[in-house]
Ligand binder design. Structure first.
Ligand SMILES: *[C@@H]1O[C@H](CO)[C@@H](O)[C@H](O)[C@H]1NC(C)=O
Ligand SMILES: *[C@@H]1O[C@H](CO)[C@@H](O)[C@H](O)[C@H]1NC(C)=O
Ligand SMILES: *[C@@H]1O[C@H](CO)[C@@H](O)[C@H](O)[C@H]1NC(C)=O
Ligand SMILES: *[C@@H]1O[C@H](CO)[C@@H](O)[C@H](O)[C@H]1NC(C)=O
Ligand SMILES: *[C@@H]1O[C@H](CO)[C@@H](O)[C@H](O)[C@H]1NC(C)=O
Length: 246
């Protein structure tokens, strides 16, 4: 080996060792979705075509987490492309991740498709779900409670998303009985997309920010959905004055 070959060989060896130790470094992505199960923070899909079926996770085992150098791992790919949508945790053992998708392996779907990822077996399935299946949507939000229920709200109608049809309905996916149940629409907030949804321990889901087309929604107006009695309310926040945002 001449000097140059030797130099390259050493660098290749170092890169191989790094790869083995660190898992791998996934390419950047956006409009993905995430879910935490145990010590694994999973990420699904992307706007970038090459990563639209990606199922990757960051190992966040706190006892061994090296915050300088955490490790990424790749898991089994999603059965369909996935972006601008939501992933939540549920199932009888609280370790299955449900993707609420608007795409199938054949392309567009007019109704919401659910893909289930068993995080123990690392396998995907397409469960049959009873009840009225919600129309497809994107840029909505979904949150799960600790009893296997997933609450999906808002978003653009899909395909052909436009501000002419945006949703303010709430659908509940009960992952224990595999059924869609329509939530309450009494006092529901106006339709919206690109907001956040956060479930508090008292059973209130807070929907903050977002947009309705020409304007963004004020941060002082906070619609809440109470999962204990399926009722909508609106909180008007005070304190520092914030601009609207989505
Ligand atoms: C964490 O990773 C950094 C960078 O690879 C390394 O220098 C450091 O020794 C690691 N720390 C531990 C506790 O393993
Ligand atoms: C979705 O709905 C449109 C309009 O009604 C229809 O033309 C299309 O065939 C439907 N697509 C599927 C996959 O059912
Ligand atoms: C869903 O239902 C279809 C038609 O009834 C059946 O062929 C399929 O095996 C079922 N899938 C699952 C996962 O149970
Ligand atoms: C979502 O479900 C998992 C599993 O039951 C649970 O650990 C987590 O706390 C739930 N999220 C919320 C916001 O309740
Ligand atoms: C639901 O519960 C909240 C909090 O206990 C209560 O303020 C509200 O009136 C209830 N709504 C309905 C429709 O029962």
């Amino acid at each position: 080996m001449n000097f140059f070959e030797n130099y390259i060989f050493r660098w290749l060896s170092i890169i191989l060792v790094w790869t083995a130790v660190d898992g791998f470094t996934p390419p950047g992505r956006f409009r993905e979705s995430s879910a935490l199960v145990g010590n694994r923070l999973y990420f699904f899909g992307s706007q970038n075509i090459a990563q639209q079926r990606d199922n990757i996770y960051l190992d966040v085992t706190l006892s061994t987490l090296n915050t300088t150098n955490p490790s990424w791992f790749m898991s089994n790919p999603i059965p369909a492309e996935f972006l601008l949508a939501s992933s939540c945790v549920g199932g009888p053992n609280k370790n299955t991740i449900y993707l609420l998708n608007h795409l199938t392996s054949n392309g567009d779907s007019n109704t919401t498709i659910v893909y289930a990822f068993d995080t123990v077996a690392a396998t995907w399935s397409t469960p049959n779900i009873s009840g009225q299946i919600p129309l497809s949507r994107q840029q909505f939000q979904a949150v799960n409670d600790t009893n296997g229920k997933i609450y999906m709200f808002g978003g653009f109608k899909y395909p052909n998303p436009s501000f002419n049809v945006i949703f303010n309905d709430i659908y509940i996916l009960d992952t224990l009985i595999l059924a869609w149940i329509q939530g309450s629409n009494v006092n529901a907030p106006t339709p919206r997309v690109d907001f956040t949804a956060t479930l508090l321990n008292n059973g209130l889901i807070l929907y903050i920010g977002g947009t309705v087309g020409d304007s963004t929604i004020y941060m002082s107006e906070i619609p809440t959905y109470n999962i204990n009695n399926n009722s909508w309310n609106t909180m008007i926040a005070t304190g520092d004055t914030l601009n609207s945002r989505s």
